[in-house]
Structures are given as structure tokens and as C-alpha cells.
Design a protein around this ligand. Structure first.
Ligand code: BEZ
Length: 212
């Protein structure tokens, strides 16, 4: 499978999961989606990630994002592992984990990087828009757990910039000033953004977050 690049259609698949058979496109419907892989069941960092993800589900729901995890073990193993996650993370895993025992989805999404590990997936993240295009990819090594605040932050940026002609600057968070898209003249920007436009340089114009 070729590398999946930004703007590509997310490949569809049907796979077993901790919640039964799942088809990606049916599962996502008209929602945004986040697909994230885990090296294996009963591993410590993954246990903390899945517990954290479960606690963040309300935040993903608010943003209309459906969560879908993946690990290269079977559904029976996932069921046992989920009991542990719920216990040690004091939560209830509330989204499906794909049971990718045959590594079909891992290969489809290029989640196995042989120079890192021949058999286990790396920690991949794919954020998928309602039109099924891939809007963001991230790759972390097995030894580094992901920051779920950062995942929410990038989703806020992706959703804002999908619907408004703006971009988000370094370390931006919802509610902070945004950058006017370089494709728009300052004169047009002043009409488009009634909260005001500050021209720092002709190519660097700021405006308050239009959704805040
Ligand atoms: C973990 O999830 O803790 C882990 C998995 C594979 C390699 C290293 C760490």
C-alpha cells in the first residue's frame, strides 16, 4: 500500500472489532473520524492511551468526531484487555478497537514501519473529514504516548479552517486570534471578518477566531 497523503480518500475497509464487525464508511457516516493504531494489546503505554481516549470521548463527540482504535490482536484478546483498561484507568472504553489480527487494515494504512518493528504497528493517527478525505496524519513511535489535548487542538484547527478562510498560527488554541488566509486581500478580509483585521505585515494579517 502506498503512503496515505493529505487529501487522499481514506481507504474503506470492513473488519472485526471489540464491538463486532465494522465498516469504516458506515461507522463514520457524515461525521469526522479519528483512526489511531496501537502496537499491541496488554502493553502499558497503549493502556494509558485507550483509557485517556475514553475519558475524552465527550470532547470528540462535541466536535462530531467518531473514534476508532486499532490493535493487531483478536477480538477475544481485546475484550480481556478492555477489562484491564477499565479497571486501571477507572473508565469504560466507549468506542471500538479494530481486531486486526491479519494486519489487513494495518497494511492498508501503512501502519507497520518495518525499520521500527516488523510485526507491530507504530502509533499512527488519521483524521478523516466527512467527505472521507484524510485531513491529518501523525506518526509516533511505540515508546511515545500521544497527547489527546493536541489531537483535540488539531481537530479544532482542521474544522475551523475547513469552514473559514483562515489558518491557525503556532500554538493556537480555540478562541485565540487566527491568520487570514494569504489568498485573501486585506480589503476583502476586512469585509469578511467583521471582528476586525490587524495587518502586521502585508502577508501577516490577524483576526479574532470567527467561531469564538
Ligand atoms: C506500550 O504500549 O507500552 C508499548 C508497546 C510496544 C512497544 C513499547 C511500548
Amino acid at each position: 500500500m502506498a503512503t496515505i497523503r493529505l487529501g487522499d480518500k481514506a481507504p474503506d475497509f470492513t473488519a472485526d472489532s471489540s464491538m463486532g464487525t465494522i465498516n469504516l464508511y458506515d461507522y463514520l457516516g457524515d461525521s469526522w473520524g479519528i483512526l489511531f493504531s496501537h502496537p499491541a494489546d496488554f502493553t502499558p503505554v497503549c493502556t494509558t492511551e485507550l483509557g485517556t481516549a475514553s475519558k475524552f470521548k465527550n470532547e470528540f463527540d462535541k466536535r462530531n468526531v467518531k473514534m476508532l482504535a486499532l490493535s493487531v490482536d483478536g477480538a477475544a484478546s481485546h475484550a480481556e484487555w478492555i477489562k484491564d483498561i477499565n479497571e486501571v484507568q477507572n473508565t469504560t472504553v466507549n468506542f471500538p478497537i479494530i481486531a486486526d489480527e491479519d494486519k489487513k487494515v494495518s497494511h492498508l494504512y501503512d501502519m507497520i514501519h518495518p525499520n521500527a518493528d516488523n510485526n507491530l504497528t507504530v502509533r499512527s493517527v488519521f483524521i478523516i473529514a466527512p467527505d472521507k478525505s484524510v485531513k491529518l496524519t501523525l506518526t509516533y513511535p511505540a515508546s511515545t504516548g500521544r497527547n489527546f489535548y493536541e489531537l483535540l487542538r488539531v481537530i479544532d484547527s482542521l474544522q475551523l479552517t475547513a469552514y473559514h478562510k483562515v489558518a491557525t498560527p503556532a500554538n493556537w488554541e480555540h478562541g485565540k486570534d487566527v491568520v487570514v488566509s494569504p489568498a485573501i486581500s486585506t480589503a476583502v478580509a476586512k469585509e469578511m471578518f467583521p471582528k476586525g483585521v490587524t495587518e502586521i505585515k502585508p502577508y501577516l494579517r490577524m483576526t479574532p477566531d470567527p467561531t469564538a
